[in-house]
Design a binder for this molecule. Structure first.
Ligand code: LMR
Length: 329
């Protein structure tokens, strides 16, 4: 009797153990809108690689690039509904959730990605990762792309007066809208996946983006001129659904956070190189003119866009603007 009971206990213990071992991994979906060869595309793949190595059998990370799963219009809603677990929208795309992140869109705020990074790594930048928690969005990291440039289907793109009346596609950001209105342009908001066709068919005349996006989306093939304005940044916040994140087993959350940190270091370390190589390929294609700008040209753009700062100061807060500006000094 005792022997039988012992066997039953051992068997049930073994069953429980095997059940634990063979429990299905947690499927973690990461959706984004850019190509795999871009800084964000590569960082997302790195995250998958490291997370699955750190948490063998416990997580399966599925990465969906190029708006395959959700495009700009849907990805934040999908995250809030739990249909996807990580996304990395550009900071311009959180406008509906907080005014604080508008600081990143102010024209000529950051002279370089290094200045941007310095601000983000400081206490104010780190606090901003939590600014949308009341909307169930938890920021986990900043991922870099690079500086933005202007492109149009026109021959001249040197001074603000060259873009009067021109239609520029923008991301869904009120600051970007005001920035283009300040130079007399007309800026429709549009999802990233629609931009190439809109440029090709003339629905819009121009757009603003980094070299890696201009190259990987082939915008340069349907734009006559690209001016290296460096007037803003495309940078991302990796966000997750706060309730889902808080409800993960502690070891899984820890492993995913460590994987996120490694992917961040990896991707941010590559961003400048990826953009430089994309620029080179665009130049080598000979398909578009690269308009160089001198100091006076840049000063003219800066002056024309300056009123945008005052307009958005009440929503963003002067302290935040000052802290961001200080990083570039
Ligand atoms: C854009 O919409 O132009 C960019 O934010 C796309 C991206 O994710 O880099």
């Amino acid at each position: 009797m005792k022997f039988r009971l012992g066997c039953a206990l051992v068997a049930s213990a073994l069953f429980a153990m095997s059940g634990a071992v063979s429990a299905a991994p947690i499927v973690v979906k990461f959706s984004h809108v850019v190509a795999e060869g871009t800084p964000k595309g590569k960082a997302a793949l790195k995250f998958k690689e490291v997370a699955e190595k750190k948490l063998p059998g416990k997580v399966e990370v599925q990465v969906f690039p190029s708006s395959q799963l959700f495009g700009d219009g849907k990805e934040i809603e999908a995250l809030l509904l739990g249909d996807v677990h990580f996304i990395a929208p550009s900071l311009s795309k959180f406008d509906r959730f907080t005014k604080k992140l508008q600081v990143y869109d102010l024209p000529f705020m950051f002279p370089s990605v290094a200045a941007l990074d310095k601000f983000q790594q400081g206490s104010v930048g780190q606090e901003l990762l939590n600014v949308m928690r009341n909307k169930n969005l938890q920021g986990l990291a900043y991922w870099h792309n690079g500086m933005k440039h202007l492109s149009t289907n026109k021959d001249s793109l040197k001074r603000p007066e060259d873009v009067k009346g021109i239609k520029f596609r923008i991301q869904p950001s009120d600051v970007l809208e005001a920035q283009f209105r300040a130079v007399g342009a007309n800026p429709p908001k549009m999802a990233f996946s629609e931009v190439y066709q809109a440029l090709q068919t003339g629905v819009v005349d121009g757009q603003e983006n980094t070299w890696s996006n201009i190259f990987s989306q082939k915008f340069f093939e349907v734009q006559k001129t690209i001016a290296e304005t460096n007037h803003g940044v495309v940078d991302y916040m990796v966000v997750t659904n706060a309730k889902w994140w808080d409800g993960l087993p502690a070891d899984v959350r820890k492993g995913l956070k460590e994987a996120m940190d490694e992917a961040t270091t990896f991707g941010n370390g590559l961003a400048a190189e990826i953009n430089a190589s994309a620029r080179q390929k665009v130049v080598a294609s000979g398909k578009t003119k690269i308009q160089s700008l001198d100091k006076a040209d840049i000063a003219a753009w800066k002056k024309a866009m300056e009123p945008v700062w005052k307009k958005f100061e009440p929503g963003i807060g002067k302290d935040l603007i000052d802290a961001a500006q200080k990083a570039g000094d």
